[in-house]
Design a protein around this ligand. Structure first.
Ligand code: DAH
Length: 344
């Protein structure tokens, strides 16, 4: 039996030495090490040996298997390096060619602004809630106190689906109702959320208006929330977002879902309030619509307006991004032109 093991080893190693191609190497492997290979057969004979010889013989076959495994691995490596060397020599790989540039991805300018917004609002205790882009007419309008005849419902301003009760949200405000119903626990718990996301309006696309754009909605509901909380919160946001001493001003306005309503301006961060082309020489930039949540809207969210109150705001990050980077045309945002995107 020893004779047969030695003979097998010698034959196998000799055969291996002459191999210089991958397919021949694979054949060798199945011939010797494969399940039906020579070594396998040898293992099969163990059972037929006298008891006393079995252990010793088994050890020898095991040792041979390890030896052949190692020899195989070594040969395989040798063949690979020979093949590579040959490729290099024959010029199949031209190492003098310039490398293909590895394009590095970057964040969309709008994503950057959103992340900045979210970080600031999160630091101020607001949770981020992603509401849906496809909305029910009821949530987008009715529950927000926009009556049936309101012009914003016009087919010309809203993208309706084939189901006329289902539309692409025209603002992030419907998320207010969803957030109140989802987190308010039937009008028993306070809420502080921001609702960022894409909005859609059927408009003529120009350098200043797109059919899609993003908004960041904010909502705080609690007991004893007052107008002064809204003003203080927005002023703090402006200081964190624009500059530590940013001044804000509030102008009375009208939105159906807030009462009273205000528009918020921040001191122009390009000219510092002195007046420039960007702020149209007023020294101010409009950053938000806002107000105290209308009692009807509170009720639609499940809250009793005689106990609970709240404030809401809506901001348009694209305008801020445009001002910050001097982007002249809003159409660049969703045009997916790499020449634009790669600048950020
Ligand atoms: N939804 C308004 C719009 O799209 C923006 C807005 C104004 C949101 C006032 C608010 C708010 O939450 O209080 O123009």
């Amino acid at each position: 039996m020893n004779y047969s093991i030695d003979e097998l080893r010698e034959g196998a190693l000799k055969a291996l030495e002459n191999i210089s191609a991958n397919d021949a190497l694979a054949n060798w492997r199945s011939q010797y090490l494969g399940r039906r290979g020579a070594l396998g057969k040898l293992f099969g004979t163990i059972g037929r040996l006298p008891q006393a010889q079995r252990a010793g013989f088994g050890q020898q076959v095991n040792a041979l298997q390890q030896e052949l495994d190692a020899a195989y691995a070594q040969r395989e490596q040798l063949i690979q390096s020979q093949l590579l060397a040959r490729d290099l020599e024959e010029g199949e790989i031209d190492i003098s060619l310039p490398a293909r540039p590895q394009g590095r991805g970057g964040l969309h300018p709008s994503t950057r602004t959103h992340r900045e917004f979210q970080t600031i609002w999160a630091d101020m205790g607001f949770q981020v809630y992603h509401s849906r882009d496809v909305e029910a007419d009821e949530f987008n309008f009715t529950l927000l106190n926009l009556p049936p005849h309101h012009p914003a419902r016009d087919m010309q301003d809203t993208f309706y689906t084939t189901n006329s009760n289902v539309l692409l949200r025209t603002h992030t405000s419907p998320g207010q109702i969803r957030a109140m119903r989802e987190f308010g626990a039937g009008g028993t718990k306070p809420i502080r959320v921001i609702l960022p996301g894409m909005c859609y309006r059927q408009e003529q696309v120009t350098a200043r208006s797109e059919i899609q754009f993003t908004q960041v909605e904010g909502l705080a509901i609690g007991r004893n929330i007052r107008m002064s909380d809204l003003k203080g919160t927005i002023a703090e946001f402006a200081r964190r977002m624009y500059k530590p001493k940013a001044k804000v001003r509030f102008r009375a306005s009208y939105f159906p879902f807030t009462e009273p309503s205000m528009e918020v301006d921040v001191e122009c961060f390009l000219c510092g309030g002195a007046g420039c082309r960007v702020c149209k020489y007023t020294g101010w930039l409009e950053i938000a619509g806002s107000g105290m949540v209308h009692p009807t809207v509170l009720r639609n969210g499940g809250y009793d307006p005689s106990v609970w109150s709240g404030f809401a705001f809506g901001m348009g990050p694209e305008r801020i991004t445009m001002l910050k980077h001097g982007i002249q045309d809003i159409r660049y945002f969703w045009g997916n032109d790499l020449r634009f995107l790669q600048q950020f």
